[in-house]
Design a protein around this ligand. Structure first.
Ligand code: GDP
Length: 489
């Protein structure tokens, strides 16, 4: 019955959305990506560009002067928090620090008054929905039993790139008897160790992407909830004859299984039904540079995560998932963020690498059922380019103000500029995939390793009334044109 109820509920929501779209055209744009991929910065920059304009030559409606104004409207959904645009912009512009990252779903509504190319006046309502990409990667769980989930999680945990990070969890797991009677303390300890292992895989130097269940890393408002107090236990250990499909009643394994099922029912399904299934357009932000920096294992893991993301956009063929995806998401943009860490000659190669990753995933997914494109961008450009003398040669460098206290003992005071030499990305992305080359990232004039250097946001001028002038960016206009340009023609 739950499938039926879900489908009825979704149909009702969809009809309401359609009615709203007919009454006044409305577009729901999803902004997602794993933690630190750049969602908050992108969303803030996108709203700023739409409301304040800027140098956006590829975004035609704006470039042709057909956008009269874009204004912030009251929040559309009462039970979803509002995206804190004003707070995030103040952090960027007033304090020159990066805003607080996305930790849960939030929304913001814009009304865009524009003149269609054929004349007249129109208003497009744009609902922006920012949510953690970790939640998207939970979709495959809906089709897998606890046994499948546990087997797959343990397979991943014992892969060479993860084994060491998973060691404390695996050691604790080896000590417990899955058939022993259920015990809250044991469940909590295993869940904590499992969560720490996932978090360690996410750390910058490792940069793994495929780390379900998504709420373990991004709990949103479920922090500490029993719905998250489970962990994978190897059910095959229960018997000599093979795996049980059902753990013995009252056992630790049975308790884990029950909680896993309730995680699917109470957390995963409602998110897809109430939020994801209602999106019309989607941008997926990916920190490709972080994966390249961390090495081949992180890149392979990113590819696997892309498979999971594409699965979410694919038209389902059966079950209630099919009903979910019967219509909707017409366009998906994959964006490699933080391109301002590279010289402009590497922007196209960065795009080519992402395109290759997405194409490979697409070929495995037998199409996506949506119009797909890729772009390399910087929503807020924190660096500029310069030629710097090194020995006799003049080399292209990028210059920015590194955040204070990074690297050995406060190397930076957060005030002075530094020039770094960005690594070169290969012109042909095949080189990366065929030889599994890592990317060397940034280095300073002495050849120091600056791969994970963070620059402060740029200094932004203000106009006479104290409003921030346009934020510098790279290819933000291309993203805007692809995502909403056709609705402003
Ligand atoms: P979220 O977790 O996806 O919301 O990621 P954020 O938007 O908070 O971005 C995470 C961090 O990435 C920021 O604190 C910045 O250090 C960096 N970042 C994001 N976007 C950009 C960008 O366009 N340029 C640069 N240089 N850094 C960025």
């Amino acid at each position: 019955y739950e499938d039926l109820i879900d489908e009825a509920r979704l149909t009702a929501l969809t009809l309401l959305d359609r009615a709203e779209d007919l009454a006044s055209p409305t577009l729901r744009l999803g902004i997602t990506g794993l933690s630190r991929s750049g969602k908050t910065v992108f969303t803030t920059a996108l709203i700023h560009a739409l409301t304040r304009g800027g140098r956006l030559p590829v975004f035609r409606a704006m470039h042709e002067g057909r956008i009269a104004r874009a204004t912030l409207e009251p929040q559309p959904d009462d039970n979803v928090p509002r995206f804190d645009y004003e707070g995030h912009l103040a952090a960027l512009v007033d304090e020159r620090r990066w805003p607080e990252s996305t930790r849960r779903i939030s929304e913001l509504r814009l009304a865009i008054d524009y003149a269609p190319a054929r004349g007249g006046r129109r208003t497009l309502t744009l609902d922006i929905v920012d949510y953690p990409g970790e939640w998207l990667l939970d979709l495959p769980l809906l089709d897998s039993s606890y046994g499948d989930f546990a087997a797959e999680s343990l397979r991943l945990a014992s892969a060479p790139a993860r084994r060491e990070l998973a060691a404390p969890f695996l050691a604790a797991l080896a000590e417990v008897d899955p058939a022993a009677s259920a015990d809250e303390g044991t469940a909590r300890r295993l869940a904590e160790l499992f969560t720490s292992y996932l978090a360690a895989c996410r750390a910058e130097a490792v940069s793994m992407s495929l780390l379900p269940p998504g709420r373990f890393l991004m709990p949103g408002d479920l922090e500490g909830s029993p719905a998250l107090t489970f962990a994978p236990i190897d059910l095959t250990r229960l018997t000599d004859q093979g795996a049980y499909t059902h753990a013995p009643p009252g056992s630790l394994a049975a308790m884990m299984q029950r909680r896993y099922e309730s995680y699917k029912d109470r957390v995963v399904r409602p998110f897809f039904r109430d939020h994801f299934a209602r999106l019309d357009r989607q941008i997926v932000l990916i920190d490709v540079l972080a994966a390249l920096n961390a090495g081949p294992a992180a890149l392979a893991d990113l590819e696997a995560a892309l498979d999971g993301i594409l699965a979410a956009f694919r038209v389902g063929r059966n079950s209630w998932l099919g009903a979910l995806f019967r219509h909707r998401i017409g366009k998906v943009l994959f964006a490699a963020t933080k391109a301002d860490h590279l010289h402009h000659t590497s922007h196209d190669p960065l795009e080519a690498i992402l395109r290759r990753l997405v194409e490979r995933a697409l070929s495995r997914a037998e199409g996506a059922g949506a119009d797909i494109d890729v772009v390399a961008l910087a929503a807020v450009r924190a660096t500029r380019e310069a030629m710097v003398k090194r020995g006799r040669a003049h080399l292209p460098a990028i210059v920015g103000v590194p955040e204070a206290g990074q690297h050995d003992a406060n190397a930076f005071d957060g005030l002075a500029e530094a020039a770094v030499f960005p690594g070169d990305l290969p012109e042909n992305p095949s080189a990366l995939f065929d030889q599994s080359l890592g990317f060397k990232g940034l280095s300073d004039a002495e050849g120091g390793d600056f791969r994970f250097l963070r620059f402060r946001p740029p200094l932004v001028e203000r106009n006479g009334t104290g409003q921030a002038l346009p934020l510098p960016h790279i290819r933000l206009d291309r993203a805007l044109e692809f995502l909403i340009g056709d609705r402003l023609r």
